[in-house]
Each structure stands twice: as structure tokens, then as C-alpha cells.
Design a protein around this ligand. Structure first.
Ligand code: DGL
Length: 269
């Protein structure tokens, strides 16, 4: 049994898709969330910059005394891979659990993958999918504007701005006849109703944040690392003004995070 918190990090709001899942499946677990809102997006930056950021982000969570780290970020997972050995504690990325869920879901073995430019350029999802089933046909599509849209609260299902952008990005993937679409960026499930309506009813969306949270809960349970307590505390740390974060976070999580969100300077923490 281990009462220490679970650490979750992302470049901004996206990782909250994993936090939302963790809050539901592990209601007694405390969570320390780090969203690098002052340096988002990661997905349009080069590998060296992303790796430098990841080193700082994980060092912060270690200082917060976490028992496990979830990189709730497709870009980080694609570029940094598995850091469990380096950190010396259970470390979870989003690619492996997400591709397992997609291979299980598809019927026609035509799978779309959307993510940031860095994630798509890394080819990490396509390679991981073909390792599981070499007969798959994979259709990757970078969607760079989705992250700024989510970070700036353009997330309402009836908002024509994200819908027009989604139509522009997703039309080729829809026309390719995929029956499964991997949301390879943890920001994307926040606009999944828009993505789903553009892709059409017959397409299953795979939420990478959710799949990673499910994988983490299974391993912590197996290793008897869940907490014994009934009360949990969730704290949120950001690197830009908390206001933007709290507005969208509360919309998405369905509860207030005000008073539990703190701005830090990650470069000097
Ligand atoms: N949530 C991040 C991901 O899953 C977005 C990365 C970014 O900041 O561009 O890739």
C-alpha cells in the first residue's frame, strides 16, 4: 500500500483527460498534476527542446514525492519513450495502451491516427500499431491547431471555429474509410464530440489519456501500490497564469480547481 500521490504531466491542459479518468477509476488516489502552460505547445518544438522540458517536468514531480509518473502527452511519449528506468519508479506513457485498444476496436483494420506534428513525424503510433498487427493500414494526420484551440477554450461542440478546423484536418482520414481513430494527443478528447461528429457514427475514437490511466491503475493495483486512504488531495501546478487553466479545467473536469492551482517557475524550481 502506498499513500503517496500519482504524478501526471502534460504540456498544458491535455493531461487532464487522464486525470479525469483517474479521478473516476481511482477515487482514493491523490494526484499532483503539472501542466506546462507557459511553454505549450510542445508538439511544434524540436526533439532537444522537448527532452529538456521533460527532464524538468519529471524532476518537479519527483520533488513532489510521487509514487508513479504518467506522461499524459502524446508528444512526450513519442519523443522521450519510457523513462521508468531513469526515474526509478513506475512510469507510464500513452502509446502502448492506446495502440492495444485501437487494435482491439478495429473491424476493418483501417486506423486513423491524429496528433501533434512532433508525434506524427515520430511515426511512433504507426510503428507500434504495425508491431501488433502488420496487416493494418494506418492513416496519420497532424492537427497542429487543435492544441491552441483547446488551450484557448474553443471547445464548445456548437462552435464553428473548431468544427471548420476539424473538417479540414479530418476529411482525408474519414474518406480513407477508417473505422477507428486514435486521438494521439491528450488535448483532443476535450473536443472529441466535434471530432466524432466530423468522423461520423461508425468510427470508434480511442482516447489516449483514458487508455493510459487504465493501464496505470491496473499496474498499481497489481503491485499493491494503491493508497489505503479514503481521502485524496489533487493539486495542479502550471507555468503561466492559473486563470486560463482553471477556466477550461473546471469545464472539463466538472469540478472546481480554484485554490488548488499554483503557478511555479519550472526553470528554477
Ligand atoms: N497534450 C499534448 C500531446 O498529447 C500536446 C502537445 C503540445 O503541447 O503540442 O501531444
Amino acid at each position: 500500500m502506498d499513500n503517496r500521490p500519482i504524478g501526471v504531466f502534460d504540456s498544458g491542459l491535455g493531461g487532464l483527460t487522464a486525470v479525469k479518468e483517474l479521478e473516476q477509476i481511482l477515487p482514493s488516489e491523490s494526484i499532483v498534476y503539472f501542466g506546462d502552460t507557459g511553454r505549450v505547445p510542445y508538439g511544434t518544438k524540436d526533439r532537444e527542446t522537448i527532452l529538456r522540458y521533460v527532464k524538468q517536468d519529471t524532476a518537479f514531480l519527483m520533488k513532489m514525492g510521487v509514487k508513479a509518473v504518467l506522461a499524459a502527452c502524446g508528444t512526450v511519449s513519442s519523443v522521450a519513450g519510457d523513462l521508468g528506468g531513469v526515474l526509478g519508479l513506475p512510469y507510464f506513457e500513452v502509446i502502448a495502451p492506446t495502440v492495444r485498444a485501437a487494435v482491439k476496436a478495429t473491424r476493418n483494420r483501417r486506423i486513423g491516427v491524429i496528433g501533434t506534428p512532433a508525434t506524427i513525424a515520430s511515426d511512433s503510433y504507426r510503428k507500434a500499431l504495425l508491431k501488433l498487427d502488420s496487416e493494418l493500414t494506418v492513416f496519420p494526420q497532424a492537427c497542429p491547431l487543435f492544441v491552441p484551440l483547446v488551450e484557448n477554450a474553443f471547445i464548445a461542440p456548437q462552435d464553428e471555429v473548431p468544427r471548420l478546423v476539424a473538417e479540414r484536418y479530418l476529411a482525408p482520414v474519414r474518406e480513407a474509410g477508417v473505422d477507428t481513430l486514435i486521438l494521439g494527443c491528450t488535448h483532443y478528447p476535450i473536443i472529441s464530440s466535434i471530432i466524432g461528429s466530423v468522423m461520423g457514427k461508425g468510427v470508434t475514437l480511442i482516447d489516449s489519456g483514458r487508455e493510459a490511466a487504465l493501464a496505470l491503475s491496473g499496474v498499481l493495483r497489481e503491485k499493491n501500490l494503491l493508497s489505503g486512504g479514503s481521502t485524496r488531495s489533487c493539486s495542479y501546478y502550471v507555468t503561466d497564469t492559473p486563470d486560463n487553466f482553471t477556466n477550461v479545467a473546471e469545464l472539463f473536469l466538472g469540478h472546481s480547481v480554484t485554490g488548488r492551482t499554483e503557478r511555479i517557475d519550472i526553470e528554477t524550481f
